[in-house]
Design a protein around this ligand. Structure first.
Ligand SMILES: [Fe+2]
Ligand SMILES: [Fe+2]
Length: 254
């Protein structure tokens, strides 16, 4: 697994862990993010059981295990959070935040005895990492999960967007940052048209995110948007019609 530092201001750093060369071909590629502060570390969508050993050894190059204070699950999918029980076993000091909707569902990922979750209400909330630093859980419901949150870090001006902006890239050496946006669309379009259920939640999320003026938008699959590609991505998403589906016609159901 590879790690890149994508933001650094004193002790406040963003890491992206991904582009995992040891990943099996049948496992979808994922980006994991960590926000390091002087007072604790937040792990954003720490990933599946499959990648846990490599995530752990890679992360330990940057922070001691005791430093992990918060875990966040944007939604309930296995590629997001099926490693939860393993992290909580190793980091009993950590608090785990996810939508109120998924608290009792992710409890099925329990292996040991401890799996507590802090519920995020529909309207979102502030999530403290340490005494002085917090991030915001921004509603992203129905994008694609019905209980779903993005993470906004106002200091770094970085938005973690979960499955929004996800791209299924053809090779594991693909660039970390989107280079040619128009060319990148072909890796995003089919995913959004099938995984995103409706247009209205997408438009609403775009409005909320535009007002934040992010410097970067970081998806859980694919490449990161920065500079002019942030607004290009938001414009593209705002005009995308996902309600026609992709590869599956609901009117043809038996
Ligand atoms: Fe998902
Ligand atoms: Fe995903």
């Amino acid at each position: 697994m590879n790690t890149e530092v994508i933001f650094e201001d004193g002790a406040h750093r963003w890491l992206v862990l991904g582009r995992d060369r040891e990943r099996r071909e049948d496992v979808i590629d994922t980006n994991q993010y960590a926000i390091l502060t002087s007072d604790g570390t937040l792990l954003i969508d720490p990933g599946g059981i499959e990648i846990f050993p490599r995530m752990l050894s890679e992360l330990m190059r940057f922070v001691p295990i005791d430093d992990i204070k918060v875990l966040f699950g944007s939604h309930q999918d296995p590629d997001i959070i099926s490693s939860l029980s393993m992290w909580l076993d190793l980091c009993p000091q950590a608090r785990f935040y996810t939508s109120w909707m998924w608290k009792s569902f992710v409890a099925h990922f329990r292996i040991g005895s401890v799996l507590e979750a802090e519920e995020i209400p529909d309207e979102g909330m502030s999530i403290p990492i340490g005494h002085d630093v917090s991030v915001e859980a921004i509603p992203a419901h129905y994008c694609h999960s019905s209980g779903n949150f993005s993470i906004w870090d106002d200091r770094a001006k970085i938005l973690f967007s979960g499955d929004l902006g996800a791209a299924l890239l053809p090779d594991r050496n693909a660039p970390l940052f989107v280079d040619d946006f128009d060319d990148h669309i072909k890796y995003m379009e089919a995913f959004h048209r099938r995984w995103m259920p409706a247009n209205r939640p997408l438009r609403s999320w775009v409005r909320r995110v535009r007002a934040l003026e992010p410097a970067m938008i970081c998806p859980q699959h694919g490449s990161i948007f920065r500079g002019e590609n942030v607004s290009r991505f938001l414009d593209w998403l705002e005009n995308l019609d996902v309600e026609v589906g992709e590869g599956y016609d609901v009117d043809q159901q038996a």
